[in-house]
Design a protein around this ligand. Structure first.
Ligand code: GLU
Length: 506
């Protein structure tokens, strides 16, 4: 079998997740850098599913990864569902290719069949441990005679194919950001290429696929650096040119002390999976902006930039190889910036799934609700995440409000004084022309006449119509609710306050 030609001149970058769990920020950042670099170069972005580890396979994770990437705006040019010239793009559908190349390596003398059973390997490991040696395959099958190999095969004994790592010297591989990665060859064991069930290991599959898919640049997480020398050995054995390899720094938790892991995220209540960010009301635009900035700084050092701007400026040589902490508080801020930049109609569309879910109201009903539209600009100013809108808007849809009547009582006023203020407010709202300025002026005048501060008049009204102290602007709420509902809620509040006064011992 001949090699498949040389590396193409079009930049081809792949994101190669294993479907062993849902898409998390580390994977999303890798995918983003892959995507940015491909787009920056006018190249091709490939999605490949590396599902050869059947034990760790999580069935719905492929869908989750694809949904997450698309939601973030990182669409691929070639991949499992869209196809492409070098497919299939799912490793479990490419087993024959790996098997062929594994056997080719055996035929060329670069690999050998190993018949050791799990029990034998276990025994070997225990003996090595007892001698204080690092556990490593002792290469016993590397020394089998061709006749012995043939005999065992004829008996139908299962085998794996192992790579013949060099016994001495150094293996030198290149990382774009770090330069040479050098290891002593003897520290690399004769790693498995093909398992006895015919599945390849990661090392074989990744090299065969990166070559056959004409990948020019491998951008992947730093945790794969230890694999790089093995991949170098494989490329050399195959006689294939090695793509540029660039290992991306890990993302640390906000304290900068350790890798951002699921466990740390769970402990701190921070989102880590892309689906968590989505559920918690973050916008994809904000997330990609934030992720791009963990490890890369645009030339003008801007904090806020569009994906298009990032595409224009992104270059892998500018990636900072130092691990960086994930600044979650910055994400919160950025998300607010992006929310405020949305056209109101667009904000409404983004809010609808959350509101519909939280309030149990069909999307179409919400879409047609003029009262909701009226309040949107105020909501837009106040929220940092989409999830926060419900608390500002649910008063519109409540049949009756539940709140502690004590909340009605204005600062530095007694319950009786508050009651007087609420009764006066009710009178004004029932009679003054129902528009913001007229209502506000009349209420302010009345407050002054009663010797009250405007806030002492407004705050009981606020609680009466919303059941809350933190709300959109008062007059926006009153107008959105309409006169009738506003008056009804004021009446209820007055009644509650009267009961409170009646039952409070003097
Ligand atoms: N399949 C590996 C993972 O899930 C990616 C390794 C690579 O990009 O070479 O992390």
């Amino acid at each position: 079998m001949a090699s498949e030609g040389t590396i193409s001149t079009t930049v081809r970058v792949r994101f190669a997740p294993s479907p062993t769990g849902y898409l998390h920020i580390g994977g999303a950042r890798t995918a983003l850098y892959d995507w940015l670099y491909a787009r920056h170069c006018g190249g091709v972005f490939v999605l490949r599913i590396e599902d050869t580890d059947r034990k760790r396979y999580v069935p719905d994770s492929v869908q989750d990864i694809m949904d997450g990437l698309r939601w973030l705006g990182l669409a691929w040019d070639e991949g499992p569902d869209v196809g492409g010239p070098y497919g299939p793009y799912v490793q479990s559908e490419r087993l024959e290719l790996y098997q062929e190349w594994a056997h080719w390596l055996v035929a060329q003398g670069h690999a050998y069949k190993c018949f050791c059973t799990p029990e034998e390997l276990d025994q070997m490991r225990r003996e090595q441990q007892a001698r204080g040696e690092p556990p490593r395959y002792d290469r016993r099958c590397r020394r089998l005679s061709p006749a012995e190999v043939a005999r065992r095969e004829a008996e139908g004994r299962p085998y794996v194919i192992r790579f013949k790592s060099p016994l001495e010297g150094q293996v030198v591989a290149q990382d774009l950001l770090r330069g040479e990665v050098v290891v002593a060859a003897h520290t690399l064991d004769d790693f498995v290429l093909l398992k006895s069930d015919g599945f390849p290991t990661y090392h074989l599959a990744v090299v065969v696929d990166d070559h056959h898919m004409r990948i020019t640049h491998v951008l992947r997480g730093e945790e794969w650096i230890p694999s790089l020398p093995r991949h170098k050995l494989l490329y050399d054995a195959f006689g294939w040119p090695m793509p540029v390899h660039c290992h991306l720094p890990v993302i640390l938790d906000p304290s900068g002390k350790g890798k951002m892991s699921k466990r740390r995220a769970a402990q701190s209540g921070l989102p880590i999976l892309v689906r968590d960010f989505r559920e918690q009301g973050y916008l994809p635009e904000a997330i990609v902006n934030w992720l791009a900035r963990i490890g890369w700084t645009p030339p003008d050092e801007a904090e806020v930039f569009t994906l298009e701007e990032a595409v224009r400026h992104f270059d892998i040589k500018d990636i900072n190889p130092k691990p960086a902490a994930a600044p979650y508080s910055k994400l919160e801020w950025l998300n607010g910036v992006y929310i405020r930049a949305l056209p109101t109609e667009e904000l409404l569309e983004r809010l609808i799934p959350f509101l519909s879910h939280d309030l149990g109201i069909p999307a179409q009903t919400l879409r047609q609700d003029e009262r909701l539209r009226r309040l949107l600009p105020a909501v837009q100013e106040r929220i940092k995440r989409l999830t926060e809108a419900t608390a500002l808007l649910d008063f519109l849809y409540a049949e009756s409000l539940t709140y502690d009547p004590e909340m009605l009582i204005a600062k530095k006023l007694s319950a009786t004084e508050t009651l007087a203020a609420l009764r006066a407010a009710r009178e004004i709202i029932a009679t003054v022309p129902f528009e913001a300025e007229a209502l506000e002026q009349a209420l302010r005048d009345k407050a002054a006449a009663m010797g009250l501060k405007a806030g002492q008049m407004f705050s009981p009204i606020r609680v009466a119509i919303s059941g809350k102290k933190v709300t959109p602007p008062l007059f926006d709420m009153i107008l959105a609710l309409g006169r009738e509902t506003t008056l009804r809620r004021l009446d209820e509040a007055i009644a509650r306050l009267e009961r409170l006064i009646a039952t409070t011992p003097v």
